[in-house]
Design a protein around this ligand. Structure first.
Ligand code: HEC
Ligand code: HEC
Length: 454
């Protein structure tokens, strides 16, 4: 309790004592006579004094309580007043809010499938993959003939990223967002940080026409760049049938087919889930339990650690289902924290559009996340520990290392007409380290080895 509140308590006690004294004097000199109670026989006087005294005490207690409530910090009051939280629920669109972690539900940990799902109109074939790979590395798909997909998604020496905060396109132009890895993008039901592409095919038609990235004037111009190279005719025939016209759409289809082979089911985590109990270290196991109990799984769920994935608990195995639409996007940052200013987390609003005060983002996959820094949509964070702190605080309202605790939150689902209560997590710095250890267990052994060999 602060010095301020002690002061108020003291005033309360003094008021009670002063009140009691006044009452006794009143009773003795005035009231007893007026009411005909004998001044010498004690019973009646005592009764009168007690009645009046109680009134004054009750009033003083009330006053003190009100004053205390008005001055105590919010974190102290919140746990005492669960009902107050009903004001913070019922957002206009609750599905975009950080959801309540499903603590009691059984959570099934899943390993990554050995193959990525493909759409019916673009089955993955060896020939198409070969062609797509060649296109992925071809700088002629850019206006200045010096930027390829691989320039920003280094899948040979790197981990599918460029390692920059934001990407560098043609003529040295800098984009506004961090390049996500293309590894396991094939498992995501929507692509880009803001989820604006509905498939890998869709996505692949973006960068060539983006004025900052590859700068081509039109899809037809891209197709022309491929047609002008006679060496592409045969691979196209093999991939799509003899004489099939080379179009921007087919270029995108081939690139997408290649990307569906860029998957990493070889993380220590996968080995663990498939049965090798020694695949995770004790710290990683503690981190895995924390990942579930603190609620990271509410968003980073399923085999690809993203609610925006095809392979989610709600979707079953690929390619049967598409993840529930509501599970793909979340408000970020969900809570106001000092991190928002420090890393300019609301400068870009993602799918929410400029009018909003927060961003809405597709939930990213956390596979290989330890190998793909810097992190977040603006690439503003260099340390994975810090990303975990930001996530825990802004998405789960966690208190970390003695930071003020937000207490309890209540979430209302208008669809299910249910209310759930969440006690916000408290994490120590050691917990943060354990979570980081677990995230490292999501790194492909092959990719990690490749990096280490450099
Ligand atoms: C100049 C750098 C640059 C080039 C060139 C580039 N990308 Fe990207 N890529 C990015 C950035 C930055 C993003 C994120 C943009 C956003 O979310 O708005 C991205 C996003 C993606 C994603 C989405 C991943 C996810 O998790 O949603 C895929 C897939 C991808 N790129 C594939 C490609 C392909 C295929 C090409 C070539 C046709 C390509 N990129 C060319 C920088 C680049
Ligand atoms: C309410 C949903 C939600 C919860 C809960 C959540 N995250 Fe996230 N996470 C996101 C979103 C959305 C992003 C993308 C943020 C952005 O746009 O930069 C993200 C990004 C991340 C990233 C950075 C990915 C990258 O490639 O830069 C990491 C790491 C991460 N989360 C880990 C965690 C951990 C660990 C927890 C639990 C402590 C957690 N998240 C809880 C929604 C969530």
């Amino acid at each position: 309790m602060s010095a301020d509140n002690l002061g108020f308590l003291l005033i309360g006690v003094i008021a009670v004592m002063a009140g009691a004294t006044i009452v006794l004097m009143l009773v003795r000199s005035e009231l007893a006579q007026a009411s005909g109670v004998s001044p010498t026989r004690g019973g009646g006087r005592l009764f009168l004094a007690a009645a009046l005294g109680m009134g004054i005490v009750a009033f003083t207690v009330k006053l003190t309580t009100f004053t205390l409530m008005a001055t105590l910090p919010q974190q102290v009051i919140n746990p005492l007043m669960v009902e107050r939280h009903f004001t913070e629920i019922v957002p206009a669109d609750w599905t975009k809010m950080p959801g309540p972690p499903q603590k009691d539900a059984i959570y099934q940990w899943q390993a990554l499938p050995q193959a990525a799902p493909a759409p019916a109109d673009n089955p993955t074939t060896i020939e198409k993959v070969e062609l797509g790979k060649r296109l992925f590395f071809d700088p002629n798909l850019s206006l200045t003939r010096d930027v390829s997909c691989a320039s920003c998604h280094d899948v040979v020496g790197g981990t599918g990223v460029d390692g920059r905060r934001t990407s560098k396109g043609i003529r040295g132009q800098m984009g506004g967002r961090n390049a996500p890895t293309v590894w396991n993008a094939a498992f995501q039901a929507v692509l880009f940080w803001d989820g604006r592409a509905a498939s890998l095919e869709d996505q692949a038609m973006g960068p060539p026409l983006n004025p900052i990235e590859m700068g081509m004037p039109s899809g037809e111009a891209v197709a022309q760049r491929v047609r002008e190279n006679a060496g592409y005719r045969e691979p196209f025939d093999l991939a799509f049938g003899k004489g099939t016209p080379i179009t921007f759409e087919r270029i995108a289809q081939a690139i997408a087919a290649y990307e569906r082979t860029l998957i990493t089911p070889d993380a220590p985590y996968d080995r663990f889930v498939r049965g090798d109990r020694s695949a995770l270290t004790p710290a990683q196991l503690r981190g895995m339990a924390l990942f579930q109990s603190t609620g990271c799984i509410a968003c980073h769920s399923g085999a690809n650690f993203s609610g925006a994935s095809f392979v989610d608990l709600t979707a079953g195995d690929p390619p049967s289902g598409v993840a529930n639409d509501n599970g793909r996007f979340r408000m970020f940052p969900g809570n106001d924290t000092p991190y928002v200013q420090r890393y300019k987390l609301t400068a870009d609003k993602g799918a929410a559009g400029a009018g909003s005060d927060r961003g809405i983002w597709r939930i990213p996959s956390l596979r290989n996340v330890a190998l793909t820094g810097p992190w977040l949509h603006n690439g503003s964070v260099d340390k994975l520990e810090e990303v975990v702190r930001i996530m825990a605080a802004s998405q789960l309202g966690a208190s970390i290392n003695g930071e003020p605790h937000l207490g309890r939150a209540v979430f209302w689902s208008p669809d299910e007409r249910s209310v759930s209560r969440v006690d916000r997590p408290v994490l120590s710095e050691a917990d943060v380290q354990d979570l980081v250890a677990f995230l490292k267990a999501l790194s492909s052994a092959r990719l990690a080895q490749k990096l280490a060999a450099q």
